[in-house]
Design a protein around this ligand. Sequence first.
Ligand code: NAD
Length: 447
Amino acid sequence: MSPMNVSIIGTGYVGTVTGACFAELGHNIICVDIDTEKVRQMNEGIPPIHEEGLPELLKKHAGVRLRATSDYNDAISDSDVTFICVGTPSDENGSIDLSIVRSASASIGKAIAEKGKRRGERRGAEKGGESDADRYHVVVVKSTVVPGTTDEVVAPIIRENSGDAGAVGIAMNPEFLREGKAVYDFMNPDKIVIGGDPRARDTVARLYENISCEITLTDTRTAEMIKYANNSFLATKISFANEIGNICKRLGIDVYEVMSAVGKDFRISEHFLNAGAGFGGSCFPKDVKALIGRASELGYDPLLLNAVIRVNEAQPMRMIELLTARVGEIRGRRIAVLGLAFKNETDDIREARSIPVIKELLNRGATVAAYDPLAVENMRKVFPNVSYCDSAKDALAGADACLIMTEWAEFGSLDQEFEEMLEVVVIDGRRMVSLDSDRGVYEGICW
Ligand SMILES: NC(=O)c1ccc[n+]([C@@H]2O[C@H](COP(=O)([O-])OP(=O)(O)OC[C@H]3O[C@@H](n4cnc5c(N)ncnc54)[C@H](O)[C@@H]3O)[C@@H](O)[C@H]2O)c1
């Protein structure tokens, strides 16, 4: 495989992992971010996010096959392929906000124009010709964008800003990594999807040559839709398990026993059937809402997807209902919240189910003592007036009740620590604890 020169726009979860893993595959990488602190960290080989395996990769490649900059011209002029990995948040209606993608696309287009100008100056000096291959630059959308965005938004902006500086190929290559296992997932994917015209697709496919995985080659709109269908289906499985769990709870049936048998059906599979406090993270809630928004624009009311979101938004409030049913008025009570990240093995709190829970506890006048192995600093920015603790034991000390919001493995081995509470009342949103009834109250959200 011949190494390729690649620029990565946006060094968040996806951009950092993509850059580090492509460097590991032998390519030369330049990461671009408007956040100069992230650029500094990347150049020093320090990951700006927490991801298993990332520190080792950055340490190995920073300053060798990977560098970072805030200068688009610098990055584009030294690369032939550019990945857009910037955020695509929800707007106030839940639809996709493409403003960051638009601004990154304009910057890429201008930098391609500048690259063409520099090439022209060099050619003038050297009096040589320029081949089509010299001019060819592929821009790949890796950000999750609603179907039609790559062709109808990104491509025109790039072409408008790059002028006739060169042949620009446009491709779409959605990312399916799981946060916490992102490096592993990038290097061992179960699918790689590339949308675009044959030349652009083949250029992108060459980057993945050393990864053993079938590549799905398609058009950009289908590639975009595959990502939404994928995430919407996983989110649907979780809300389905939660709905069955809410019914099981009322019937006194253990939903985990039910789903364990249901998941043995090969048509269903055992994954994403864990009933609990709902899904969070930067993808599922936002992507399902973006697809709902796009469907509504097209005049279709997506009944199932709307229900997936409604079930998910109700689950955290069920934690509060179960708590008040057990302890009554919560004003002035100390409530321990164990787990802040949206899932274990990450410091990411985006759309974490702990957020609506803490908000409601504070609104009702409770004192919140919170603990998370990684996410405290991120949550401190959202709720500065929560008392953050260094251990689960400290959070439990003197608490009137405890809510478990994230599936951190360490919560599964809590035992004597519960004796630190004023009264042992544990409401479990993640099926982490088993407590005998003679030791206090243990209540699972769906079991
Ligand atoms: N996080 C995930 O697990 C995941 C998985 C698959 C797909 N995605 C998708 O990938 C995209 C990126 O997600 P993320 O979680 O990495 O986002 P993020 O918010 O962690 O990172 C985005 C980065 O882009 C930078 N940025 C913003 N504007 C910029 C600009 N104009 N030029 C250069 N950099 C700029 C930000 O400073 C930030 O570092 C989103 O569309 C998301 O839906 C995310």
